[in-house]
Design a protein around this ligand. Sequence first.
Ligand code: FMN
Length: 277
Amino acid sequence: MSQNAADSLSSLLTARYGSLNESQIEPNDILNGLLSHRSVRAFADKPLADGTLELLVAAAQSASTSSNLQTWSVIAVEDKQRKQRLSVLANNQDFVSACPLFLVWIADLSRLKSLGLKRDKPHESLEYLEMLLMATIDATLASQNAAVAAESLGLGVVYVGAIRNNTELVAKELGLPPKSFAAFGMCVGHPDPDRPAAIKPRLPQSVVLHRETYDDGAIHETIDGYNATMDDFYREQNMKPLGPWDLHSLNRVRGVDALQGRERLVEILKSFGFGLR
Ligand SMILES: Cc1cc2nc3c(=O)[nH]c(=O)nc-3n(C[C@H](O)[C@H](O)[C@H](O)COP(=O)(O)O)c2cc1C
């Protein structure tokens, strides 16, 4: 392995963990791309090259899919007014209207339902929570393939879970059929070179990687270290520190008021025709 290639992988790993990190593995373009990910929330006013959307969808469709059922769809929103309305529904996050392409990833059991009706075949399994989980997992895998493909083209992405704050209005805006729901959105566009995003450090592997059996022995001291790493990261980025990562994360799960409308999801999904048995 050339010294340059090894150095580039080490510097990406160091950025990902906020402390010196090295790997003996030969780097490649895919690893470099994956390890370089950062969410982009500032987009240049520049259209995507023709054919980009179709290539992203081909990458998405290339992901594994449970039993090849392909229980997902994606809605490509490029219309300015529709993006603007979705931006308001997604907690007023203005990058949703600023990006040239907003992809909405749909957990979609409606296709199997209509095939069942056409073929006059039973399809009762669609009424179970398992099938909604399957569709959501498949949509997620597909979307992440599209994200990686977009980043490989020099584009930036950010996922937008905030559309679930207004699940019903989003479904109405997109004309979703029963037995489908918009799991999350994704902004795609050229990153604004004047407002670059940085690689955000992750938890040390010692708390997420368990060998053979689950072991959370070192969690507390490790999290203290990560709180400090994140504090340094926000300072280096000239961003207002959010406070210790653990407290910030706990605030996000403090209770029903933190769910911003998503506490009604079971009821909403049932009204969309998901059985959730
Ligand atoms: C499913 C999902 C939903 C997300 N929703 C939002 C969102 O609504 N707004 C936002 O600014 N970032 C959102 N994000 C981005 C995360 O905040 C981001 O991935 C995380 O802070 C790590 O930063 P990084 O992607 O730059 O490494 C979402 C990410 C995921 C995976």
